[in-house]
Design a protein around this ligand. Structure first.
Ligand code: HEC
Ligand code: HEC
Length: 327
């Protein structure tokens, strides 16, 4: 632990030098072009949430339920995909494809803050949502399917799992490193053409040139999940927002990437997000999303909006002017 603190201190010192340096040589604002905000070492990264081990559960019945919940997150398609053994209610993705390491990876869109923060108000529905509703949201959008019955064995197991892994996070607080790690805005729109080059060199070896991923031989689970096409997440899903995609990819892809050793530059992450999210994917009607338009994320890729900026600018940026206009 001590070692880590010291090296962080040295790192922040050299960061200060770097920042001073880059401010001397160019006077760019705090966007991606300047090195100032590109390197954001969050001091919280020293103390990231770690999920408790399932082996510590004493109650055997609970342990089994939690293990089943984890299995459903990691291998959703085997049970609930197009050829699922329990029901056929989703597109073939696993929850884990986007919630890495069964929702325990730092800045890998993890579930550390689910038990502690739900029920909570969400602007998208304009209502207080419980865990069941939030889980089914991802079934309906990210997995382009239908939700689970709230009393089903599967829903109860998924909730038991999320409650257990979040049991070391105090109620009402967020786990360090849950969700996504932020990246700074660019001062230009994210560019699908540039993103295509990134895709070809960094992504398509796994996700395939046509973006449709690679199915395992048994036909019930992807080895490499699709990024677009009719088996991908639909256009109302969280990942269809360019900022969410960029943050996910920057700190998690190509496969094996961790938040502390990103491979893509911020620009590459934004551009590849623009490329992938400009491809065809299933459509979902969401007439009731964001009843209060002032709560709508600036990069929600579909109208209506509370401002006059175009759909295109909302989708691809530049976002700073939209953000500024909100204040
Ligand atoms: C295609 C990617 C993708 C898949 C697959 C996916 N999710 Fe999500 N999920 C997201 C994104 C992105 C968010 C954050 C959305 C946002 O904040 O706009 C999210 C958020 C959540 C949250 C809320 C987390 C929090 O801290 O508020 C829960 C719970 C959740 N997902 C459950 C699931 C479950 C269960 C499955 C499988 C049935 C699943 N997700 C599959 C992308 C995905
Ligand atoms: C070495 C293979 C590999 C490479 C290269 C790779 N990925 Fe992935 N990607 C995966 C795998 C495997 C998963 C699912 C991870 C899991 O389930 O644990 C995944 C998941 C994803 C997901 C979420 C699931 C989905 O289908 O929507 C996105 C988005 C994604 N990758 C984007 C990218 C992008 C963009 C690149 C290039 C910058 C990239 N990946 C490079 C293997 C790869």
């Amino acid at each position: 632990m001590k070692m880590k603190k010291i090296s962080l201190a040295i790192l922040s010192m050299s960061l200060v030098a770097l920042i001073a340096c880059s401010q001397n040589t160019n006077n760019e604002p705090s966007t991606i072009k300047s090195k100032v905000t590109t390197i954001s070492i969050n001091s919280n990264d020293d103390d990231l949430w770690v999920a408790p081990s399932i082996d510590e559960i004493k109650n055997q019945e609970l342990k089994k339920q939690v293990e089943y919940g984890k299995e459903l997150i990691a291998h959703t398609a085997k049970y609930l995909g197009p050829n699922g053994s329990v029901a056929q209610i989703s597109n073939g993705l696993n929850c884990q494809n986007c919630h890495l390491d069964a929702g325990t990876k730092a800045y890998g869109n993890n579930y550390g803050s689910v038990a502690s923060m739900y029920p909570k108000f969400r602007g998208r529905s304009g209502s207080v949502e419980n865990m069941t509703k939030r889980i089914n949201d991802c079934f309906e959008r990210s997995l382009n399917g239908t939700g689970l019955d709230s009393t089903s064995t599967e829903m109860l197991a998924i909730k038991a799992y999320m409650n257990y892994i979040g049991s070391n996070v105090p109620k009402g607080t967020k786990a360090n490193g849950s969700g996504f790690k932020a990246i700074p805005f660019m001062n230009r729109p994210a560019d699908p053409a540039k993103g295509k080059d990134v895709y070809v060199t960094q992504c398509q070896s796994c996700h395939q040139p046509d973006g449709k991923g690679l199915m395992a031989e048994a036909g019930n689970e992807y080895i490499y999940p699709p990024l677009w096409g009719k088996h991908s997440y639909n256009d109302g899903a969280g990942l269809n927002r360019v900022s969410n995609f960029a943050k996910y990819v920057k700190y998690n892809m190509p496969l094996g990437t961790t938040y502390d050793k990103p491979i893509l530059t911020d620009e590459q992450a934004w551009d590849v997000a623009a490329f992938v999210n400009s491809q065809f994917r299933p459509h979902i009607e969401t007439p009731n999303d964001w009843p209060d338009l002032t709560k709508k994320p600036i990069d929600a890729p579909y109208g209506p909006y509370a401002d006059e900026f175009s759909v295109k600018q909302h989708k691809y940026g530049p976002y700073q002017p939209i953000q500024d206009a909100r204040k």
